[in-house]
Design a protein around this ligand. Structure first.
Ligand SMILES: Nc1nc2c(ncn2[C@@H]2O[C@H](COP(=O)(O)OP(=O)(O)OP(=O)(O)O)[C@@H](O)[C@H]2O)c(=O)[nH]1
Ligand SMILES: [Mg+2]
Length: 255
């Protein structure tokens, strides 16, 4: 799954700060991971226009500087609550260099739902399977290698409260940013009829969207009649016209 690339292309990059979005279900240890990585270098405010708290922190590792953004805990990214909207918009539209998803090792199945949703948005994802100590205490065995293979992204087991695995996690984040790891994220395949519509809409959307927005993901949002993604189309001059045309095309695909 992983390919190694040359570091030379990235030699200039140690002067800038890399942004890591920290996502996950509620109560899985995100803030514990956040505190372990950033120590006291934290700053708290609000998300613009929202009453949701935004906590940012910084850390350095192997000569690179990072800003870690602790997103609200969510079970999904359907933007049906303010928390979900904040988390989704940051991962999708703020273009973080990486998204670090924290999972609870004792209830992986429920947690993986969010992971798969994030993999529909971006391929720049690292999974931290936290609470490994709790899982072990309950007699669960989590196969990290198998998860890595099945999901196509790097997976690191941690017990953040005691600090176990955090050093390896930092190495993996850094390897991702350095371009040493190329991911092949597992994609959810929907039923064939839906896949035809997704592909058709994605094809029509592509010319209107910036290339960093995944058009397959955008097509799925339109199929759910979530048109907020259309706010991000690049054709500013004809924005209203383009939005109307795209909505009509989606309606045609749904007939
Ligand atoms: N045993 C164990 N407990 C942990 C671990 N990581 C976090 N905890 C505990 O789990 C609880 C929740 O941790 P938080 O870091 O607040 O979780 P969170 O995901 O930030 O929670 P929300 O922000 O409320 O969504 C706390 O009591 C932590 O001490 C771990 O690896 N092992
Ligand atoms: Mg928290």
């Amino acid at each position: 799954m992983f390919k190694t690339t040359s570091l030379s292309a990235h030699s200039q990059e140690n002067t800038r700060k890399f942004v890591i979005a920290l996502a996950g279900n509620p109560n899985v240890g995100k803030s514990t991971v956040f505190n372990r990585l950033t120590g006291l270098k934290q700053h708290t405010g609000n998300w613009p226009g929202k009453t949701v708290i935004k906590t940012e922190g910084t850390f350095s590792h192997r000569n690179r500087r990072y800003t870690l953004v602790d997103l609200p805990g969510t079970y999904s990214l359907h933007a049906s609550s303010t928390d979900e909207q904040v988390a989704r918009d940051f991962i999708c539209f703020s273009r973080p260099d990486l998204t670090l998803v924290v999972c609870d090792a004792t209830c992986l199945e429920r947690n993986l739902n969010l992971v798969l949703q994030i993999l529909e948005i971006t391929d720049r994802v690292v999974l931290c399977v936290n609470l490994m100590d709790e899982a072990e205490r309950k007699g669960f065995r989590v196969n990290i290698d198998m998860l890595t293979h099945k999901l196509g992204i790097p997976v690191v087991g941690t017990a953040a409260r005691s600090g176990r695995g955090l050093s390896r996690l930092k190495d993996v984040l850094d390897d991702m940013v350095a371009g040493k790891i190329v991911t092949t994220p597992r994609q959810v395949v929907y039923d064939p009829e839906l896949e035809i519509s997704i592909n058709e809409i994605a094809k029509r959307l592509t010319p209107y969207l910036p290339d960093w927005i995944n058009s397959r993901w955008a097509a799925l949002r339109l199929l759910e009649r979530d048109y907020s993604v259309l706010d991000h189309i690049t054709d500013n001059k004809n924005k209203n016209y383009s939005q109307r045309i795209l909505k009509e095309e989606v309606a045609l695909c749904l007939q």
